[in-house]
Write a protein that binds this ligand. Structure first.
Ligand code: FMN
Length: 164
């Protein structure tokens, strides 16, 4: 008998796959930096250098990416958890004190200062998959940043291996 895959069963199963956490940066319609927390980031191939992210159509980031076609991927450290929480909120709900700043890459893409590493990417292909679009980005620049333990997401929560 075929198993029925519900949203809940898929979400629960996927939550057992631990990931790192990134912030996707792009320019909004006014040319200002915009950021969103994302863990759909993965490496695709080395030759050419390609990575991907999956972006929900309900996000501002999707709207901006469709226009700008460039994005930054900024890998967060454990001590940047507040940023991960902050940029997972809708922009209208982003209140409170969170310290961050951007730099601009050679190609004019915003990158988040203090990240472990940042990738500057140009969209080479995009594919609609349900209510998300998969963006394949050719990596144009890699910025090594501050070292540290990675921020992790597991069981739908921020994960600290030392806390158990
Ligand atoms: C750990 C974590 C990972 C996330 N990964 C993604 C992702 O890969 N793609 C996505 O579209 N949204 C993802 N989200 C949700 C977005 O961060 C959230 O919808 C955000 O409010 C979108 O911001 P925007 O509308 O300003 O673009 C994630 C949220 C969390 C907490």
């Amino acid at each position: 008998m075929a198993t029925v895959i519900t949203k809940e069963s898929l979400r629960k199963a996927m939550s057992q796959f631990a990931t790192g956490v990134t912030v996707v940066t792009t320019l909004d319609d006014h040319g200002q930096p915009h950021a969103m927390t994302a863990n759909s980031f993965t490496s695709v191939c080395l030759e050419p250098p390609v990575v991907l992210i999956c972006v929900a159509h309900s996000t501002h980031t999707y709207k901006y990416l469709e226009h700008s076609r460039w994005f930054g991927i900024n890998v967060l450290r454990q001590d940047q958890e507040k940023l991960g929480i902050y940029f997972a909120k809708r922009p209208a709900d982003r209140h409170g004190e969170v310290d961050y700043s951007y730099s601009t890459s050679a190609d004019g893409v915003p990158v988040l200062d203090g990240s472990m590493v940042s990738f500057v990417c140009q969209v080479m292909e995009s594919h609609v998959a349900g209510d998300h679009t998969i963006y394949l980005g050719e990596v144009k620049e890699i910025r090594e940043g501050a070292e540290g333990a990675p921020l992790l997401f597991f069981h739908s929560r921020w994960y600290h291996p030392s806390h158990k």
